[in-house]
Structure formats: C-alpha cells, structure tokens
Design a protein around this ligand. Structure first.
Ligand code: ADP
Length: 374
C-alpha cells in the first residue's frame, strides 16, 4: 500500500482524509496541533512544525508521496525529498512560484497570462514612487492568506498601511465577478477541468461569503476563463489539484488573480456536487489512477460557516437543526474546538436545479445558522 503524507491538519486535510478511506492508501499527517481538524483521521500522526526543514524532511523520508494543505511549508525540505524520489504534489518548483506573490505575478508576466498591472515594491518607502498607480491593492509577497496581507491603497495617506517587505502593488481592477476554476493535472500531464464557480465575498472580512456553481457568466467569458486557467496551470508544469482565481470586468476581460496549488475552498461543493470531488481527484492523482469525472451532478451553492462576530471560545452551533431539516443541504463542520470572529468553522452545500432555490436557501442558512460561544 502506498504511504502518502499531508502537511497541515486543518479542514482541507480533514476532507482529504475523508476521501482517502475509499482507496488503498496508508495516510500520514504532520501538524503542530494534535487537536487540529484532521489529526485523528490519519493512520499516522506526527506532531511537528511544517515550516521547519528537519521536521518536514524526517516526516517525508520513506513516504511514496507528500502533499500540502497550506502553502506556508518548508520548501527546501520538499525540494530535497523530491530529489530523493518522493513524489511531491504540487511539485516544489510550482510551489516556489506560487508561495510568493511577487514570484507569482512575475510568472504571469513572463508567460503572458492576463493579470492586473503591477509593480514590485521592496518597502513602504517605494510606494511614494507609484502615486500614479493608485487606487491600488498592496499584497505581501510571503505569508498572506484569506485577505490578511492585502491592503487597499487609495491615496498617499494610505501608504502607511502598506507592507514594508517585498510585495506587489496591483492596479485596482473594476471587478464584475470573481470566479474560480479547479483543474486537476495527472502525472503524465493529462488535465481535467471543473465547471467555474462564482465567488461572492464578504467585503468587511474579505472572506468568501457564498459561491455558486456553475458560475453565471456569458459563454464567451466562460471559454476565455477556461482557456486561461488551463494555460496557466500547464505552464506550472506540475501534477496536482489547482484552483485558479480570476476576475472578470465589465468589458468581458478575464484576469488571473492568484492560484492555489492545492485543494481549495472554491472546490468544497464538489464533494456532493460533482461525480469526482477535488479531494477524490487528488487521491486519484497521487495514487496514479485515472482522473475522475469533473461534471456537475447538480448546480450547487456553498455557504462558509464563519465564527460569528463578538464570540470567542468553545464553539456552539445555533440553528443546526433547522439547517439539517432542509432538503438537499449538506452540513460540514470542521471540528474546531474554539471559535473566533471570521474563523472558518464549516461549510454548507446546497443542491438544486433552481437558481432561486439555491439563493433562497443561502439566505435562510446565513440567517439561521451561527457559530457562537457561551
Ligand atoms: P488572499 O490570497 O489573501 O485571498 P487575494 O489576492 O485573493 O488575497 O485578494 C483578496 C481579495 O481582494 C480578492 O478576492 C479581491 O476581492 C480583492 N482584490 C485583490 N486584488 C485586487 C485587485 N487588483 N483589484 C481589485 N480588487 C482586488
């Protein structure tokens, strides 16, 4: 049986392990927190720091393959493991590009992938030279996630909010829609593409509020987005599962915002909504089986369950029975003991062929299910 390791034990690792039980695979997981959402679901748990060379190297040595559920892992150890024959998903060369938003933007530029105009800044002092670039979005090169590490700079007085470390300053795009496409790449370069997802963000938290699949986009935009997403992922030259996040504007342009080289929040609906989920797909790739069927079984909507404002402490789920009483609605709680405002605590997937029903249930769920603390 193949031995496959996962770096990180959050909800992505948890859902990945839920899919693993269908296959002949021995699972290993490393994570600092022994109570993390995925920790108890693997065959072999190692408590360790995924950002440390020695810990990652020792964990990966002897495994057949290793994957990540977060980009902030020790890249050098993965490079070493890959050199020694451990299969790494995504390949460290792809991870290296994506991990750093500066490298990622330069990669798009080199390969003529449509993306927002940008300049690279080394410090906040650099920002003064780019007044003409405003309004803009400043993004930290390393370590940002879920909107942390992103600042909107409208005028020179906002420069103090910028990052004093290598970052990208992007021209503000007049976004019409944010869409994402999940793409699977097999070991010999074969690809499978999922239907696009419409992502609707919560402006105050900068976090995904809900998403609809398939995205409501004009056919021309759809073809463009698919072509761009496939092209950029192929250029990364790595097997794995990738989420390509894109912006569309009022003129029908499609720009790549960023890529996640792993299973992603924009693909959680695929658990119920598609014949082969993004998690199932990654096991097929890592175990060298044929790619799965990416077609939708039904249109879906997905609501993230975020820790409610004003509550921190042991998590309690209010209104859970109401949602569990709804037809064709699937609740996923991530098993995090502690809630805090905006923390991703779970998600709910809704299936229906009626768009109105999807939106109606999104609203019902957002107004009836809360993660709070006593
Ligand atoms: P993160 O990786 O932290 O999610 P993103 O790069 O996806 O950061 O940016 C977070 C959000 O900020 C995006 O979903 C989008 O709404 C907004 N945003 C990012 N870049 C731009 C841009 N160039 N123009 C306008 N809005 C942007």
């Amino acid at each position: 049986m193949k031995k496959i390791g996962i770096l990180g034990g959050g909800q992505l690792g948890r859902m990945l392990l839920q899919s693993a039980i269908n296959y002949p695979v021995e699972t290993y997981l490393m994570e600092n927190d022994a109570t993390a959402p995925a920790a108890h679901l693997c065959h072999h748990f190692t408590k360790g720091d995924i950002t440390q060379f020695d810990a990652v190297y020792a964990f990966g040595k002897g495994l057949d393959a290793i994957t990540i559920e977060i980009e902030n892992v020790n890249l050098e150890a993965l490079e070493q493991l890959a050199a020694e024959g451990v299969k790494v998903y995504p390949h460290p060369t792809a991870l290296k590009i994506i991990k750093d938003k500066v490298k990622q933007k330069l990669f798009y530029q080199t390969h003529q992938i449509p993306t927002s105009e940008f300049v690279v800044t080394e410090s906040t002092a650099d920002l003064q030279q780019h007044l003409a670039f405003l309004p803009a979005v400043h993004k930290i090169g390393n370590g940002g996630y879920d909107g942390k590490g992103v600042q909107i700079l409208k005028q020179a007085s906002d420069f103090e909010k910028g990052f004093d470390t290598p970052s990208v300053l992007e021209k503000m795009v007049d976004i019409k829609q944010e869409i994402a496409i999940i793409i699977a790449v097999g070991n010999t370069g074969q690809t499978a593409i999922y239907p696009p997802v419409d992502m609707v963000f919560d402006p105050s938290l900068n976090l995904l509020s809900y998403q609809i699949c398939p995205a409501q986009i004009p056919e021309k935009v759809f073809w463009k987005a698919e072509a761009i997403a496939i092209n950029v992922v192929k250029k990364l030259n790595s097997p794995g599962v990738f989420a390509v996040e894109m912006f569309t504007d009022v003129h029908g342009n499609v720009l790549v915002n960023e890529i996640a080289p792993r299973v992603h929040n924009s693909g959680h609906h695929t658990i119920e909504g598609n014949f082969s989920s993004q998690f199932d797909m990654l096991w097929r790739i890592m175990l060298d089986y044929p790619l799965g069927n990416t077609a939708n079984i039904s249109p879906t909507a997905l609501v993230n369950l975020l820790g409610d404002e004003g509550y921190s402490g042991p998590a309690q789920y209010e209104g859970l029975n109401d949602v569990l009483n709804m037809d064709n609605v699937f609740v996923h709680l991530y098993g995090k003991k502690e809630t805090k405002p905006g923390r991703k605590m779970g998600h709910v997937t809704i299936m229906s062929h009626e768009k109105q029903e999807l939106l109606h249930k999104v609203n019902q769920i957002k107004h009836s299910l809360f993660v709070r603390s006593a």
